[in-house]
Design a protein around this ligand. Structure first.
Ligand SMILES: CC(C)(COP(=O)(O)OP(=O)(O)OC[C@H]1O[C@@H](n2cnc3c(N)ncnc32)[C@H](O)[C@@H]1OP(=O)(O)O)[C@@H](O)C(=O)NCCC(=O)NCCS
Length: 200
């Protein structure tokens, strides 16, 4: 197995690979291939693949978002899962992030991958979106969960809470209390904490 940056002439094939796994129904895409290509040209080192000889077995696509890196796509071919490839590739990706002097990775995990990211030291965050007109007046005092970030948009407020675990019960509870129209778990990892060196 070999881990390396995806070359520009393999990017299209890599994109088809991840779409087959992450979007098998071929729904309208949030990150189009054009978007991926533009980001690849800016930061190719954040597009990494794991290869079995020359066969692509898994990949990660990452995007710089100000001071952080968003892990947008991660997929390991079904035939190659549960053999540690995802862990190795993620560890390599974290090294790539440090190399461009970024210290934090954020991602939105699919439900089936939440436990994977928890095992890899990613911390869950509950992210709520609330219409401005629905924000409760005393919203800062409604729970003991710490608000780690709050952003105001034209129509909505977004609040991130530090949570200890991923639970639908907690999500639904906070969505209700805060009159949120949407609640999802995000994960983040602060790479400064890492003590062991990264593979080259
Ligand atoms: C999630 C995924 C990337 C993991 O890759 P992988 O190569 O199978 O992971 P690893 O073999 O390195 O597993 C590492 C650990 O996580 C666990 N794990 C892996 N996938 C898991 C899952 N879906 N749920 C729970 N635990 C999982 C493994 O059991 C292993 O545990 P261990 O260290 O105690 O043995 C892969 O299953 C995948 O591509 N899934 C489909 C696409 C997807 O969901 N991508 C994530 C989008 S956010």
């Amino acid at each position: 197995m070999q881990i390396k940056t995806i070359s520009s002439n393999e990017l299209k094939k890599a994109d088809e690979f991840q779409q087959k796994i992450l979007n098998p129904e071929n729904k309208a895409r949030y990150r189009t291939f054009g978007y991926i290509k533009r980001n690849y040209l800016k930061n190719p080192s954040l597009f990494v693949g794991i290869y079995d000889n020359s066969h692509l077995a898994g990949l990660i696509f990452g995007y710089v978002k100000r001071e952080n890196v968003l892990l947008g796509e991660m997929a390991i071919d079904k035939e190659y899962r549960n053999r540690g490839l995802g862990s190795k590739l993620l560890s390599f990706f974290e090294g790539q992030v440090l190399k461009i002097n970024k210290k934090k990775i954020i991602l939105g995990a699919r439900e089936n991958a939440e436990r994977f990211y928890l095992k890899k030291g990613y911390k869950p965050i509950l992210f709520l979106q609330i219409k401005n007109s629905d924000v409760p007046k005393n919203y800062k005092k409604l729970t003991n969960y710490r608000i780690i970030k709050e952003t105001n948009y034209k129509d909505a407020k977004r609040i991130s809470f530090e949570v200890k675990q991923v639970s639908d019960y907690l999500k639904n509870k906070l969505v209700k209390i805060f009159h949120a129209y949407d609640g999802i778990y995000l994960f983040e990892k602060n790479l400064k904490a890492r003590a062991v060196p990264y593979p080259k």
